[in-house]
Design a protein around this ligand. Structure first.
Ligand code: VGL
Ligand code: ZN
Length: 204
């Protein structure tokens, strides 16, 4: 599918990067593997470095479930056991650069609720990401990560609802595609709601 992308994207104050759920269980070989999920690590590292060099805020969300979470098949949910907090599967992908200045945002940590949106996750001090973005007067968010058709989609839609301009990095997202075409549907949905698309190389 051909996605229309921005010619170039010059970063400025008010921009923030959100890296969604780049965790071991979502990589090939993981419990809930996203095909080619490992391919986005390198382009994301490039973007992370640019944000860091420009002193712009970075947020890394993580799926952070208690054991026996309601989203697991054993509890009547839809997914295999994945991203159980403090396990290797829930750890960020090896090779992903996580600057010390970055904020780690944990989501879906309550047993009885699932949460696909990174904006509903919390930092270590209990601040919710949507509130942090508002407080820091973030106007544009750049988003990459996993999976296009679940947590990226919901994070994008929530950021648009919050009033941010949202730029999805086309080469830094991948879909689960439980049903073939879920990726295209997700991109269409994001487009319809006002998201824009940019390739990692055009960010500077
Ligand atoms: C996700 C399925 C279940 C995601 C999280 O990060 O996209 N997908 N939990
Ligand atoms: Zn999950």
């Amino acid at each position: 599918m051909k996605i229309k992308t921005e010619e170039s994207f010059a970063l400025k104050r008010g921009d923030a990067l959100i890296v969604v759920d780049l965790q071991n269980d979502f990589l090939p070989g993981g419990a809930l593997a996203v095909p080619e999920g490992d391919r986005i690590i390198s382009p994301l590292n490039d973007i992370i470095k640019i944000f860091q060099d420009k002193n712009l805020p970075l947020f890394f969300t993580r799926d952070w479930h208690p054991p026996h979470h309601s989203s697991f098949l054993e509890s009547g949910g839809n997914w295999p056991v994945h991203c159980v907090k403090d396990t290797e599967g829930a750890a960020f992908a090896a090779g992903l650069t996580i600057p010390v200045s970055a904020s780690i945002i944990s989501k879906a940590s309550e047993s009885d609720t699932d949460e696909y949106s990174g904006l509903m996750g919390f930092d270590g001090d209990g601040n919710r990401l949507d509130e942090i973005l508002k407080r820091e007067t973030i106007r544009r968010v750049v988003i990459g990560g996993l999976a296009t058709d679940y947590c990226v989609l919901n994070t994008v839609l929530d950021a648009l609802d919050l009033g941010c301009e949202v730029y999805v990095v086309t080469d830094a997202v991948r879909a689960v595609n439980v049903k073939p075409g879920d990726d295209t549907k997700a991109i269409q949905d994001m487009t319809d709601k006002g998201a824009r698309f940019v390739s990692s190389e055009s960010i500077g």
